[in-house]
Design a protein around this ligand. Structure first.
Ligand SMILES: [Zn+2]
Length: 150
């Protein structure tokens, strides 16, 4: 399948494999499908619980990008799980702020991840202010440069 690989900055002919290859020490993941880029060795998981179980979750991230996406999820997931805003509405607001339809799995660069993080943080802080619970803002890291790019 042709998938955009963030490590190669190009569309690549990804190879379908399983967790047995990707995570040899995780027998619990052995049966799960993954698409791997043989040029750089990065990979992406699949929507394996759906009717189309080998549909990739998004583009193939680098390890840095995976970390940056997790950083974004730690920011935005508690916001929609709190019920202050629906997941759909939050993603739409982020999409408006960054100028394109937003999905975390489609982030292609660390720079893009930082842009999303800044936008999401502004949106979430305004939600928290609107609901007059200033304490909840303290959980949000102040500096978007704290996205781990090590
Ligand atoms: Zn690649």
């Amino acid at each position: 399948m042709t998938i955009y690989c963030c490590g190669c900055s190009n569309k690549v002919d990804a190879r379908l494999t399983t967790g047995a290859e990707i995570y040899p020490r995780r027998p619990d993941l052995a049966a799960l499908p993954f698409w791997v880029c043989d040029a750089c060795g990065n990979y992406v998981g699949c929507h394996h619980k759906t009717a189309n179980p080998t549909q990739p979750l998004g583009c193939i991230p680098t390890p840095e990008l995976s970390a940056a996406r997790q950083h974004i999820h730690r920011l935005i997931d508690p916001a929609w799980k709190s019920g202050k805003i629906s997941r759909k509405a939050l993603y739409e607001k982020i999409g408006t702020a960054v100028g394109r339809r937003y999905h975390t799995a489609q982030i292609r660069s660390v720079e893009e991840a930082r842009q999303v993080y800044r936008a999401a943080r502004t949106i979430i802080l305004s939600l928290n202010e609107a609901s007059a619970s200033p304490a909840s803002a303290e959980h949000i890291a102040a500096d978007p440069s704290t996205i781990d790019v090590a």
